[in-house]
Write a protein that binds this ligand. Structure first.
Ligand SMILES: Nc1ncnc2c1ncn2[C@@H]1O[C@H](COP(=O)(O)OP(=O)(O)OP(=O)(O)O)[C@@H](O)[C@H]1O
Ligand code: NI
Length: 313
């Protein structure tokens, strides 16, 4: 069953400098129980995609298209209806756990909040649930830790607490934005193991936003590669690593430390002045005059492997 269907999603910011086109027509399907990775260079719109799905954007933003969650278009829900979905049906685990947690509230109080709100639990029951949650993410002495403040937690423990918060109301979909970034390698591995375990136990689907390909390969079934607010390649995880099709994906892989550290020439285009045609053409070693004028569709190179590039036309 398809849990989430995104159709022609577009997210624009209206700024003094002009319109920032952060998401430019994204189509994606996420199946029940699937983990889909969203990868790409910094600034390509990964976080904006997550925030657009949950409608966590500021007033100067316009979101167009459809985000169908179990057939309901989230874009068209009222703010009150959206609040009922957020945290309960779909939750988000953010990049920086220190800035996402409130420094003046204990970890336990913060974890209890969504439980009390969505599950209508009384204070005492919610407290019990918080301790269970901390236990589930393997935080030692959970009842002692629940009364501590975020700064008393180490980075790894805080990220565990964030995951616990994301799971508090047993959501069907978790959007995790760089859940291991900033943690040292050993802790990173522990958090990946923990995410694997919780996904297996809960059966939840996950949209995993990351530029860490190691993390993506450990957790994802399939991967969508983003460039300048578009998906330019989509494939099963093994297929993508074996046969990256888009010149951007290949360049991105080659630029990584474990794959040669060969820097890709140029930078991501400004989202205010996007190039015509294929948005990657100014940086592409294979660009032809067609690429300057025409935007390629997603072309099928193999079963479940699509690439937005005329090389496959
Ligand atoms: N509030 C805002 N107003 C205007 N532009 C914004 C705003 N927030 C983000 N942007 C722009 O939207 C684009 C996409 O940003 P986004 O944060 O989604 O990138 P990202 O892929 O998540 O990058 P990173 O890997 O660094 O987290 C960027 O060009 C950014 O400058
Ligand atoms: Ni981001």
């Amino acid at each position: 069953m398809t849990l989430l269907s995104i159709r022609d999603l577009r997210t624009y910011f209206y700024t003094e400098d002009g319109v920032v086109r952060a998401i430019n027509g994204i189509d994606l399907d996420l199946e029940e129980g699937e983990t889909l990775g969203i990868i790409g260079e910094t600034g390509c719109g990964k976080t904006m995609l997550g925030l657009s799905i949950l409608r966590l954007l500021s007033e100067n933003t316009k979101v167009e298209g459809q985000v169908l969650y179990r057939g309901t278009d989230l874009i068209r829900l009222s703010k009150a209806q959206m609040r009922k979905i957020r945290g309960k049906e779909i939750s988000m685990i953010f990049q920086n756990s220190l800035s996402s947690l409130n420094p003046v509230l204990t970890v336990g109080t913060q974890l209890a909040e969504p439980v009390e709100m969505h599950r209508h639990m009384k204070k005492q029951a919610a407290k019990q649930r918080v301790i269970e949650m901390l236990k589930a993410v393997k935080i030692p002495s959970p009842s002692d830790r629940a009364v501590e403040y975020p700064h008393e937690f180490s980075g790894g423990m805080r990220q565990r607490a964030m995951i616990a918060m994301g799971l508090a109301c047993t959501p069907s979909l978790i959007i995790a934005d760089e859940p291991t970034t900033g943690l040292d390698v050993t802790i990173q591995a522990q958090i990946i193991e923990l995410l694997k375990e919780v996904l297996e136990q809960s059966g939840a689907s996950m949209l995993l936003i990351t530029h860490n390909l190691g993390v993506a390969s450990e957790l994802c079934n399939s991967i969508a590669v983003m460039y300048a607010g578009e998906i330019i390649e989509y494939a099963g995880v093994i297929d993508l690593f074996k046969n990256p099709g888009h010149p951007y994906t290949r360049g991105f892989f080659d630029s990584l430390p474990n794959r040669g550290l060969k820097p890709m020439p140029g930078t991501c285009p400004s989202m205010i002045n996007l190039p015509a045609g294929c948005k990657f053409h100014p940086r592409c070693p294979h660009a032809s005059s067609r690429c300057e004028k025409e935007k390629p569709d997603m072309l099928k190179v193999e079963e479940k492997h699509h690439v937005r590039c005329f090389l496959y036309d």
